[in-house]
Unconditional design. Structure first.
Length: 302
């Protein structure tokens, strides 16, 4: 007798941050659900009255918040803005979702850890952020979970890259390294920070699967492409896949970026989602798919 799969409930999803890399890929990869994705002008996450009105009017089953204040150095200079977006807004959105009985999904970062473990961090490892960015994201985790623990999911991820760029139009890490390789004979890249770089296409698919999963529970999840590498190793892989010949030298900065400290080892272990059968592909596979797709398209090849 053939096994029958329980049908997936078609949901109304309110998506915040549609112009970012992750938000754009969630919109692109959604094949089933009804998604309303307002722009910044009509949905200010720092204005509780504004977003309460939108949530009350739309009555979503799920609110997915991909918006964040993620400029790490700028968080040091403007901690108030960082906390308003990463903490206060997360709490207020969780409260709004609790009020109407919807699921709240928001995102956090590997920077909630100090890197001292020197092994992939699991969801229940103790956080210890080193800078204001990590502190503001951890505060947002605590604030959202304390406001509505029974209907909040926190997804920690790491080193995001994807097809859609930032609103500023600036080149992302991968584009910048490719530009550097085409204009310089040799480059230096940090070899001290170990991370789990993650393709937003893969992450978006995993997020949708988690939202749909009948056995998901509230709490913290880690979702990253499998494996780990230093930024030096990641850059070397970019050059190998693109066929770029440039001398690349690793540098040990001991996690320092000016006066700010970055954690040296923040690879994340996906344990809770793996138990549900949700696993992202290896980081090198993801990077190759991203580069082939993006640069074939830019060269007019499909």
């Amino acid at each position: 007798m053939a096994l029958t799969q329980e049908p997936i409930f078609i949901m109304k999803i309110l998506l915040i941050g549609k112009t970012g890399r992750l938000g754009s890929d969630i919109l692109r990869n959604n094949m089933l659900h009804q998604i309303y994705a307002p722009d910044r002008a009509s949905f200010d996450i720092c204005s509780r009255d504004t977003f309460d009105a939108v949530i009350d009017d739309y009555q979503p089953n799920v609110v997915v918040n991909t918006a964040s204040f993620h400029d790490v150095p700028l968080c040091e200079a403007d901690p108030l803005s960082a906390f308003m977006v990463n903490c206060v807004a997360a709490r207020d959105l969780a409260l709004a979702c609790h009020r109407i009985g919807s699921l709240f999904v928001t995102f956090s970062t590997d920077y909630v850890f100090d890197g001292e473990k020197q092994a992939a961090y699991q969801e229940d490892d103790k956080p210890a952020p080193l800078q204001l960015y990590g502190i503001s994201r951890l505060a947002g985790e605590y604030a959202a979970l304390s406001a509505a623990s029974e209907n909040t999911i926190i997804i920690r991820t790491c080193g995001l890259y994807g097809s859609s760029g930032s609103l500023s139009g600036e080149a992302d890490f991968i584009d910048q390294r490719i530009q550097d390789a085409r204009t310089q004979a040799s480059l230096v890249m940090g070899g001290d920070q170990v991370v789990s770089p993650t393709y937003t296409h893969d992450l978006s698919e995993a997020v949708l699967r988690l939202i749909e999963h009948p056995q998901r529970t509230p709490g913290i999840y880690h979702l990253v492409n499998e494996g780990k590498c230093s930024w030096y190793e990641f850059t070397r892989a970019i050059f190998e896949i693109m066929g770029l010949t440039v001398k690349l030298n690793p540098m040990d900065r001991s996690g320092k970026s000016g006066d700010m400290k970055r954690p040296l080892y923040t690879a994340l272990a996906n344990t809770k989602a793996r138990a549900l059968g949700i696993v992202l592909p290896p980081w090198r596979d993801a990077l190759e798919r991203y580069l082939v797709k993006k640069y074939q398209r830019s060269n007019g090849q499909e």
